[in-house]
Design a binder for this molecule. Structure first.
Ligand code: NAP
Ligand code: ZN
Ligand code: ZN
Length: 345
């Protein structure tokens, strides 16, 4: 089995170390990708630091992968050497169940995550903080020419995670959409919702980010530092996309929804949160969740971003800076996605 270089965690409280890991031989349907860039998603941090449960080590996270096809298996038809490609949160699923056939691979009982999962050959999957990855062609995405690889990488998780619920809840002209939490996911939510034609508000803790939200295209911004904003802006939105990574008072945010509005959770905090049910009942409000998106929809999202001419706002780092970058993500100090230059691995 080919050995490739990666940056891995070796303990729950450890730091990243350059580590050789095994990738499988390129099978007939596989694409071997030289990874050029890998985004740092907050889910990498929740996982690597054991916040969602214990994980095996070494652990190589990263599911926002952009690179170039280096070799292909004998039966591969969709991709050729030199193609610009991406890999997101899923690298396999059963391909036969109703969910797979409908393009909802994330619901497949046999879906395989890009890292911290077990593949169909019984090996632990390892993610994108590495030089190469081998993936079945059906789980590889095409990155349009209009998107540079570095700004495209974060679309593979942050982009699809916001695109899917915005499409499902029909963000568009006349819809008052708020995005809570202006981080990696949130800033993509702003760009996509604006491109869909919605009236977009950012809800952030930070006055500086509120200013920046307008640069990103948002029409309004609320700063939660002053708790009065929750009262003065009650009943203001049809849809809230909540990307906040930590526990909050849910009722405060739910009461920002107008009657029959919905708050869709994409943020995945470590701890359960209590819910004042009155904030749902009064106003017939809804609380929902959304988990990434399927392969077809991910391609649709990449093409949508290319057509509208935007990728992610990024800060490129070397592999040696990952520990520092993780701490800065947790502190909310990134505009808006760290992307690893994988040539430094
Ligand atoms: P991120 O870049 O760290 O952004 C999270 C944002 O949450 C921060 O920028 C901050 O926004 C806000 N925030 C953090 N702590 C807060 C607090 N105590 N109170 C209020 N706001 C707070 O993270 P991300 O990569 O966008 O991911 C966000 C969450 O989504 C994570 O939990 C991640 O695991 C999850 N996720 C879910 C999916 C899915 O499929 N559902 C996919 C990917 C990620 P401000 O600075 O603007 O206040
Ligand atoms: Zn992610
Ligand atoms: Zn399936």
């Amino acid at each position: 089995m080919p050995s490739v270089a990666s940056y891995a965690l070796h303990a729950v409280d450890g730091s990243f170390e350059r580590t050789m890991i095994e990738r499988r031989e390129v099978g007939p349907h596989d694409v071997n990708i030289e990874i050029h860039y890998a985004g740092i998603c907050h889910s990498d941090i929740h996982t690597g630091r054991g916040e969602w449960g214990t994980v095996p080590y070494p652990q190589v996270t990263g599911h926002e992968i952009a690179g170039i096809v280096e070799s292909v298996g004998s039966e591969v038809t969709k991709y050729a050497v030199g193609d610009r490609v991406g890999v997101g949160c899923l690298v396999d699923s059963c391909r036969e169940c109703d969910q797979c056939k409908a393009g909802n691979e994330m619901f497949c009982k046999k879906s395989v995550g890009t890292y911290n999962d077990t593949d169909r050959y019984g090996s632990q999957t390892q993610g994108g903080y590495s030089s190469h990855i081998v993936v079945d062609e059906n789980y590889v995405l095409r990155i349009p020419e209009a998107l540079a690889l570095d700004v495209a990488a974060p679309l593979l998780c942050a982009g699809i995670t916001l695109y899917s619920p915005l499409a499902r809840w029909q963000a568009g002209p006349g819809k008052r959409v708020a995005v809570a939490g202006l981080g990696g996911l949130g800033h993509m939510g702003v760009k996509i919702a604006v491109a869909m034609g919605a009236d977009v508000t950012v809800i952030t803790r930070s006055e500086a980010k509120a200013q920046d939200a307008l640069r990103l295209g948002a029409h309004h911004a609320l700063v939660t530092e002053n708790p009065d904003v929750f009262k003065t802006n009650a009943n203001s939105f049809d849809l809230i996309l909540n990307s906040i990574s930590a526990s909050i008072n849910l009722a405060d945010y739910l009461r920002l929804l107008d009657n029959c509005g919905t708050m869709v959770y994409v943020g995945a905090p470590e701890h359960p949160m209590p819910l004042d049910i009155g904030s749902l009942i009064m106003g017939n409000r809804g609380l929902a969740g959304s988990n990434i998106g399927g392969i077809r929809e991910t391609q649709e999202m990449l093409d949508f971003c290319a057509t509208h001419g935007f990728g992610s706002d990024i800060e490129v780092i070397s592999a040696q800076q990952i520990d520092d970058a993780w701490n800065r993500v947790v502190a909310g100090d990134v505009r808006y996605r760290f992307v690893i230059d994988n040539s430094t691995i």
